[in-house]
Design a protein around this ligand. Structure first.
Ligand code: ASP
Length: 312
């Protein structure tokens, strides 16, 4: 694997390989000195044009735990504010000779464009409404750690699917892992024709009990230029996942940040069924595995070091 731009580029075997490697890196997190030398001498550049709590901090931690040198660069406070274009910013930062560029922007397709402007390996940390592949990988990893094989399980993705890059990546990844995917939300927040991806569409939670996994999405206000729902109160009345709607056998997931009282009630966020903290923990080890994979893949794959070697 040279870059990680989209879940479309990965087959099931590659997803499983990344998750297995993440599981082997989990041991490092339990050590007193949480560091291995796998990427010593490599430079990782984190370039964030959009706000982020989990993704940015976990990429930074992942790179540091692999002993890479890390530069985290946020658009605010940089020359981007003075009008420098993405292309000129990348050409400038190329002078630092990054081995990997991790990039998040509000523009769909931007990670792909960066591959044409830099010799570095590129990892998409979210490009507008398009994709968020490391989120999907960490979600698969979280579920595999809890449930083992995922074949034949039902996952419902509930909420603002229209504006969600997480939904797009996760529909693809969950299906590749053999899960059945249902997307559910008000008609205005479900993209037309999404069935073509192989998922079922529902506009009520009536059959939510069929789900093994309930994956709630945030209302993405920052990508809304009009009123897509009458009010948050009305949305919550019909689609909020709360204790009355969540069955005891179901696992609850959410990519964060959570709007308590909108897509999730506070009680389910704090319930033992919520895997939200486990998802954040998985973020570090999965991103370690992705950084390792893109750098190993960029050398001759035959010479790619084993996970065992990386853990020395
Ligand atoms: N953190 C995720 C993303 O960046 C989900 C969200 O923001 O709602 O897409």
């Amino acid at each position: 694997m040279n870059h990680l731009l989209s879940i479309e580029d990965l087959d099931r075997e590659a997803i499983e390989r990344i998750c297995d490697r993440a599981a082997s890196f989990a041991e490092v997190a339990g050590r007193e000195i949480k560091k291995v030398p796998a990427l010593r001498g490599r430079t990782v550049l984190n370039l964030f044009y959009e706000s982020s709590t989990r993704t940015r901090s976990s990429f930074e931690l992942a790179a540091k735990r692999l002993s890479a040198d890390v530069v985290t660069f946020a658009a605010s406070g940089s020359s981007v504010e003075k009008g420098e274009s993405l292309k000129d910013t990348i050409l400038t930062l190329n002078a630092h000779k990054p081995d990997v560029i991790v990039i998040r922007t509000p523009w769909a397709g931007s990670a792909q464009l960066v591959t044409g402007w830099s010799p570095a390996q590129v990892v998409n940390a979210g490009d507008g409404k398009h994709e968020h592949p490391t989120q999907a990988l960490l979600d698969v990893h979280t579920l595999r750690s809890k449930l083992g094989a995922l074949d034949g399980l039902d996952v419902w993705i509930v909420g603002d699917v229209l504006h969600s890059r997480v939904a797009r990546s996760n529909i693809l990844a969950f299906q590749k892992m053999g899960m059945r995917v249902t997307v559910c939300g008000p008609p205005t927040l479900i993209p037309r024709g999404i069935e073509a991806l192989g998922c079922t569409v529902r506009h009520t939670l009536d059959r939510l009990a069929e789900a093994d996994v309930v994956y709630a999405l945030r209302m993405q206000h920052e990508r809304m230029d009009q009123a897509w729902i009458p009010s948050l109160r009305e949305y919550a009345a019909l689609f909020q996942i709360n204790a009355a709607r969540l069955s005891p056998h179901q696992i609850l997931m959410h990519p964060g940040p959570v709007n308590r009282g909108v897509e999730l009630s506070g009680e389910v966020v704090d319930s033992p069924q919520a895997a939200i903290t486990a998802q954040v923990e998985a973020g570090v080890v999965v991103r370690m595995a992705v950084l390792y994979e893109v750098l190993a893949g960029s050398r001759a794959s035959a010479a790619a070091p084993s996970a065992e070697g990386a853990l020395a």
